[in-house]
Design a binder for this molecule. Structure first.
Ligand code: ATP
Length: 589
């Protein structure tokens, strides 16, 4: 399942992006008004200079009162501009941070709602980067670039209008100087955009290399591959440095170019201005003010390339986030309109169920199974025969491609998630543990559970002695993904968590990893305790589990090839007898 991108123009993307962030739009008018004040304030100084020269100093004697007023006007303008800028930035930062937090939350929630098919292994990293890096790019643009574009456009327009008012001849000359730059800038911008695409790819390579080296540290050490890994990392870092340097060089070229253009424009304006002045077409004050205005006019051009690039990045980021939000959750919670079935003995029925992963061949065919209340079902079969797929359908991590699954007579698709998750709980092979204490992790099954309840649950599962031997008891920290515990101990925590959740149907994916004999005994005891009195479906890798089941479902190439109790199946030729022979042989060796 891929993410569904709707082709949008840049404007439509920005509009759709802004519609997702009402916090930003709400204060935008006020912030823009402040931007207008801040921009308008900048032209007060050239006007005051012109007035001082032409009026204050234009008479036979300097008009000190007038000059004082002009200076005071300037000071007030500078203060007002500074205050307006400050207030504008505060408002902008507050609004963008609030709106981008909302965007992150929405993005994250939506990623969570997408089915396991959309979140398959390759896409997981990309999904994470959409809620992190992509939002960061939008932030950068909204907090600086976006406003720069608005303020700069205003600044160029106001400066141009005043320049035209002072002298249309000098304005035409100044514009003519910037025509070549106006043609060159889009080209620079394209180069810069390509250079930054490279930078992003190289940064991605560095991140991938670093995270692989950290996550796979044990394997790297075991195979003595430190040098190879370091070389790969060095190469990625070097490529990243080269890409960054290339991008910075383009930016560094634009700045002096605009400086040269500005110098040419100033020189041209002075030469022509003096001639116009001699003919009485322009006053000295207007000429000096004009030179101030050219500086205002040029400043936005100097940052234009970078800002346009930021804008492109932000639009790309918005597009990627909108792609995520546009992807409908394919396993949708019916919500309050869904069925809430009462707790108690549960019966499940698979009716003619078939399933194919998107774009793949069918992996389950015509599955017809009735799981009566309080029965113990073992699911066995060769690797790749469809056991995990069967379990995922039963917990509604995905929906069947054909047929239907019912719980107490209701289609699984009609059941509210809250009711379904309460009644059916899955314990995966390596139950994910979060970085926290043992108690936190067990409590995950029932957030309201007290330490006393957790202790009682562990005792009921026959794990009191294990708990006593742990260094800090319930407060023992399990480390990231539970790596401070052994694989067997992690399973014990996962079982205790499920026991506390107290579901009506427990789906277990039995661990295949070898554990020490003491843990093996504990696991068997805990398993017995956790499945007692409730319906259980176990993907079995142990002979003892299959032997203890009321019914065994033998999967073979996506079909149920045999079914029945152990005694019956082991006596007839078929895949179960073969599997049994393998188990027995493995136990002897
Ligand atoms: N996410 C996926 N996308 C595409 N095909 C998949 C996916 N997961 C499993 N399959 C395919 O579906 C088939 C059944 O896989 P499944 O994981 O259900 O088998 P299994 O019996 O649980 O195997 P094992 O005992 O090794 O866990 C296999 O052919 C597998 O390649």
């Amino acid at each position: 399942m891929s993410l569904q991108g709707v082709e949008r123009s840049a404007i439509a993307t920005v509009r759709a992006g802004l519609s997702l962030t009402p916090e930003f739009r709400r204060g935008l008018l006020g912030t823009l008004a402040l931007a207008v004040v801040a921009t308008a304030g900048k032209v007060i100084v050239p006007i005051a200079v012109q007035q001082t020269i032409d009026v204050g100093l234009g008479g036979p004697r300097p008009d000190v009162g007038y000059i004082r007023s002009a200076v005071i006007a300037c000071a007030v303008a500078v203060l007002v501009t500074a205050f307006a800028s400050y207030w504008m930035n505060v408002r902008l930062y507050k609004a963008t941070e609030a709106s981008l937090a909302t965007l992150r939350e929405r993005g994250f929630r939506h990623v969570h709602d997408l089915s396991v098919l959309t979140q398959n292994a390759e896409r997981r990293g990309a999904l994470v980067s959409r809620v992190t890096t992509d939002v960061d790019q939008i932030t950068t643009f909204m907090q600086s670039g976006g406003l720069t574009i608005i303020v700069s456009t205003g600044q160029v327009l106001v400066a141009s209008a005043l320049m035209l008012f002072y002298s249309w001849q000098l304005t035409l000359l100044a514009w003519a100087c910037f025509v070549p730059l106006a043609f060159a800038l889009p080209r620079f911008q394209r180069w810069l955009s390509a250079a930054y695409t490279q930078v992003r790819q190289r940064t991605g390579d560095v991140l991938a290399a670093v995270s692989e080296a950290v996550v796979g540290a044990a394997v790297i050490r075991a195979y003595g591959a430190e040098d190879r890994t370091a070389e790969r990392l060095d190469a990625a870092i070097d490529a990243n440095r080269a890409a960054q340097t290339r991008a910075q060089r383009i930016i560094a070229t634009v700045f002096p170019l605009t400086e040269i253009m500005a110098a040419v424009a100033v020189a041209g304006v002075v030469l022509l201005g003096v001639r116009l002045g001699a003919d009485g077409d322009i006053t000295a004050g207007r000429l000096v003010a004009f030179l101030f205005l050219i500086t205002l006019f040029i400043a936005p051009l100097q940052v234009a390339t970078e800002v346009l690039n930021e804008a492109q990045n932000a639009i790309a980021g918005w597009r990627r986030i909108l792609d995520v939000l546009d992807t409908p959750p394919d396993v949708a919670d019916p919500g309050p309109s869904g069925v809430e079935t009462p707790r108690g003995p549960i019966s499940v029925s698979f009716q003619n169920v078939g399933f194919a992963y998107p774009g793949g061949p069918p992996v389950l065919h015509d599955i017809d199974v009735d799981i009566p209340p309080c029965s113990r079902i073992a699911v066995v079969g060769e690797t790749g025969s469809g056991k995990t797929t069967f379990a995922k359908l039963l917990t509604r991590l995905m929906d069947p491609t054909s047929g239907r699954i019912t719980v107490d007579g209701y289609d699984l698709r009609e059941m509210r998630f809250s009711s379904l998750r309460e009644r059916i709980v899955m314990v995966p092979q390596d139950g994910f543990l979060f970085d926290g204490t043992l108690a936190d992790n067990i409590r995950y099954g029932k957030p309201s559970a007290t330490d006393e309840e957790i202790r009682r649950a562990l005792t009921e599962l026959g794990l009191a002695d294990w708990l006593e031997n742990l260094p800090a008891g319930l407060d023992t920290r399990v480390g990231q993904r539970g790596e401070s515990l052994s694989a067997g101990e992690r399973q014990l925590v996962a079982l205790a968590r499920a026991y506390l959740a107290d579901p009506d149907l427990l789906l277990l994916d039995e661990a295949t990893s070898a554990v020490d004999p003491a843990t093996e005994v504990r696991l068997a005891r805990a398993l017995e305790g956790v499945t007692r009195g409730r319906t259980s479906v176990t993907i079995a890798h142990r002979l003892s589990t299959a032997e203890a089941a009321d019914e065994i479902l033998v999967f073979d190439k996506g079909r149920i090839a045999q079914r029945g109790p152990h005694a019956l199946l082991v006596a007839q030729p078929g895949p179960y007898a073969d599997l049994h022979a393998n188990w027995v042989a493995a136990a002897r060796s």
